[in-house]
Design a protein around this ligand. Structure first.
Ligand code: SF4
Ligand code: SF4
Length: 275
């Protein structure tokens, strides 16, 4: 059985493999079958994403729980450069993770300031555009501005996300037991921890665990290592096996303009001080 909370015997500590967070629901793209339901992604916070996420990982830290990979997402996290700066700065005050990563569609380089870059470990582009020139510029720009940051490119086909189907209890349990998302998409939204971002993005808040200072390690353990599926699993389209689709397909030609704009920015900015 996949476990959301793991005990590392060597390091003698509990950890979550990947805990991803959304700091905004805004995005500059409208990808077909967006797993975060953009442009209708529900707001991932109650009042202040940065304060809530920082407090959330702080509560985990106080319980002795570390995070291996901590990806910062949106929407598109670079859409508001000041928000992103504030986010990584605040998350570093807790610092209970091995890898602080920003995951972006790579089309708003102007949203990544030196202040953000100097605090992260990895930058990952989920690749939805076709432009060797833009990829080369990203590599060159990052090497120059932030050699401390590891650059990754992620390309993989997507599961279908949208639809209105329901499976039997038996099938839901089988889907839950074999769920890839449960390994890689634990999240915190609206002051709750969720076993996967799918449940959070569907707004099923009653299936999240409200994070507060009265929680114990056992509470988190019981929640993240539950052997029984969650009610949302019965309606989980990505696990229903409807095949794969090409990632990041757009309804218009807007991508070309964004590629040109990103190339122009990176070229102009390459030899300037700062980012
Ligand atoms: S880039 Fe595409 S997949 Fe990512 S949040 Fe925006 S619309 Fe969704
Ligand atoms: S809702 Fe889907 S993605 Fe989430 S745990 Fe259940 S099967 Fe996995």
């Amino acid at each position: 059985m996949i476990k959301g909370l793991i005990y590392d015997n060597e390091k003698e500590k509990y950890y979550i493999r990947d805990l991803e967070v959304s700091i905004t629901n805004l995005c500059n793209l409208v990808c077909d079958q967006c797993g975060f339901f953009v442009p209708n992604q529900i707001i991932p916070y109650s009042e202040d994403p940065i304060k809530e996420i920082t407090e959330g990982i702080g509560i985990l830290k106080d319980l002795g729980i570390y995070i291996h990979r901590f990806p910062v997402l949106g929407g598109e996290p670079t859409i508001d450069k000041k928000l992103l700066e504030r986010a990584v700065k605040s998350f570093r005050t807790v610092n209970n993770f091995d890898i602080l990563e920003i995951v972006t569609n790579g089309l708003i380089p102007q949203g990544l300031t030196l202040n953000s870059l100097k605090l992260i470990d990895e930058l990952t582009i989920s690749l939805y555009f076709e432009s060797d020139e833009l990829i080369s510029l990203w590599k060159e720009w990052l090497k120059k501005k932030a050699p401390n940051v590891k650059f990754n490119i992620r390309i993989h086909n997507w599961d279908y996300q949208h639809g209105d189907y329901i499976v039997s209890d038996l099938k839901a349990q089988e889907m839950y037991e074999n769920c890839w998302y449960r390994k890689h998409c634990t999240t915190i939204e609206r002051k709750r921890i969720f076993i996967c971002s799918r449940i959070a993005k569907c707004g099923d808040d009653k299936e999240g665990l409200y994070l507060n200072n009265t929680l114990t390690l056992e509470d988190i353990q019981d929640f993240l290592n539950s052997e029984i599926y969650f009610p949302s699993c019965k309606r989980c389209i990505p696990l229903m096996g409807f095949g794969k689709i090409r990632p990041g397909m757009q309804p218009n030609n807007g991508l070309f303009l964004l590629i040109d704009k990103a190339i122009k920015y990176l070229k102009e900015n390459l030899n300037k001080d700062g980012a």
